[in-house]
Design a protein around this ligand. Structure first.
Ligand code: AMP
Ligand code: MG
Length: 405
């Protein structure tokens, strides 16, 4: 049997991303927008801070009124956060607290640790203040009219705070992708259905269903867990047809290899169209995509690590792009291999590795496509080009799992 030519991962990704027409937008509460993708630039209608304010608990004064350390100034007013002060009388100091507006006329704040309040209502200033010291200037963080966050930004916690700081209670974001998730295979049993000691010969627990669901949710998808499909053409076709009507994406794992028990392929061909790719990566060679009815179809390989890796390198960017993220490539950093990899491979490899205390990477010893332990032990992947070896100390390209999931 002749082998089909391998497709480069970058070509596969480009072809997949070209299919990712952006989803419609909706407004959500800023409180609920963690992980969502902005559909529009956010422009500030005010400057932040809105007014000059004190960075410290202390005393606001005119710095020129303190000729030398130890000067005594009468305390003429007290300004707390949320209050407002009167113009500062020359030759006096204002007791002031962090975040309170600096009164007109004051040009420095001396922190209270450098001051001694006296019983007669004066304060002794123990240091020589500098002009502008401990004053947070109006607009020093954000100017009025500035774009604070760009369309296509995936909102992280600090970004939610930033949006709130310019007064936005709701944010325009891309609609969540609706994803129907299927696993396939007569051998699969759900944890909880059968106890480990009662597992029939040949049966295994369904693991892909668990990590795929979790990955999808972390990527902002609304997931319908459609369960497991039997290895049967009719049932597979009917289930995929049903899911295609009210989902943006139908995602399956297993059943896209080359065996006659792989029923996902003909079902998709019947319902829409199927591209079956042999991608030049290891693990994770077989990958299917196309359409079932109006929904995108993506078929992942069944072996758990293959399923995981193909999801991370292909499906993740696809789902992000659907939501409007432009830069979908994970950050890759140079790192030192603290292992040998003497056998060159025809395919580009994604090795499961872990950062060690010496600043290098250790390799998980079992890199098999079914060994899910490797992905839990590891904290990232080495993206290793085809046809090359790795010797201890070589610089390799590392992608942290925190970049990918
Ligand atoms: P397939 O692509 O359907 O031929 O499956 C390849 C291998 O992955 C077989 O050993 C399957 O038993 C296994 N596999 C498929 N789906 C799952 C799943 N959801 N959880 C765990 N293993 C699976
Ligand atoms: Mg199968």
């Amino acid at each position: 049997m002749s082998r089909p030519p391998l497709m480069a991962l970058d070509d596969a990704l480009a072809a997949l991303l070209a299919q990712a027409a952006p989803l419609a937008r909706e407004d959500v509460a800023t409180f609920e927008a963690d992980g969502r993708v902005l559909a529009q630039d956010l422009v500030s209608a005010l400057q932040v801070p809105a007014f000059d304010n004190s960075a410290m608990d202390g005393y606001a004064l005119r710095y020129a009124d303190v000729a030398a350390p130890g000067a005594l100034l009468p305390v003429s007013q007290r300004i707390a956060a949320g209050g407002t002060g009167a113009p500062l009388q020359a030759g006096t100091a204002a007791r002031i607290f962090t975040g309170a507006p600096v009164p007109p006329g004051a040009d420095a704040v001396v922190m209270q640790e450098d001051c001694l309040a006296q019983d007669d209502g004066t304060v002794r200033v123990q240091t020589l203040p500098r002009s502008g010291q401990n004053i947070r200037r109006a607009g020093e963080d954000i100017a009025r009219g500035a774009v604070v966050l760009r369309a296509g930004t995936r909102l992280a916690p600090a970004a939610l705070g930033l949006a709130a700081s310019i007064g936005l209670a709701r944010l325009p974001v891309a609609r969540r992708p609706r994803v129907a998730l299927f696993s396939t295979g007569d051998e699969l049993v759900m944890p909880g259905e059968v106890a480990p000691e009662q597992l029939p010969p040949g049966a295994i627990y369904n693991s892909n269903r668990f990590f795929l669901r979790a990955l999808l949710r972390r990527l902002g998808c609304e997931v319908t867990d459609c369960g497991n499909l039997p290895d049967q053409r009719e049932a597979t076709t009917e289930a995929l047809r049903g899911a295609s009507t009210d989902h943006d994406v139908v995602l399956t794992s297993g059943g896209v290899s080359v065996g006659e028990e792989d029923h996902v392929k003909p079902a998709v061909q019947q319902l829409g169209h199927l591209d079956l790719w042999q991608i030049g990566i290891k693990p994770g060679k077989p990958f299917a995509c196309g359409k079932v009815g109006g929904a995108h179809f993506i078929g992942l390989p069944g072996n758990p690590v293959s399923s995981l890796i193909t999801f991370l390198v292909l499906v993740r960017p696809f789902l992000l792009r659907l939501q409007g993220v432009q830069d979908v490539a994970p950050e890759t950093v140079a790192a030192s291999a603290h292992f040998n990899w003497p056998k060159p491979e025809k395919r580009r490899e994604f090795l499961r590795v872990r950062r060690n205390a010496a600043g290098g990477l250790d390799l998980y010893p079992h890199q098999g496509s079914g060994v899910l332990t490797s992905a839990v032990w590891g904290d990232g992947l080495v993206d290793h080009p085809a046809g090359q070896t790795i010797a201890h100390g070589d610089t390799v390209r590392f992608i942290a799992f925190s970049e990918l999931m």
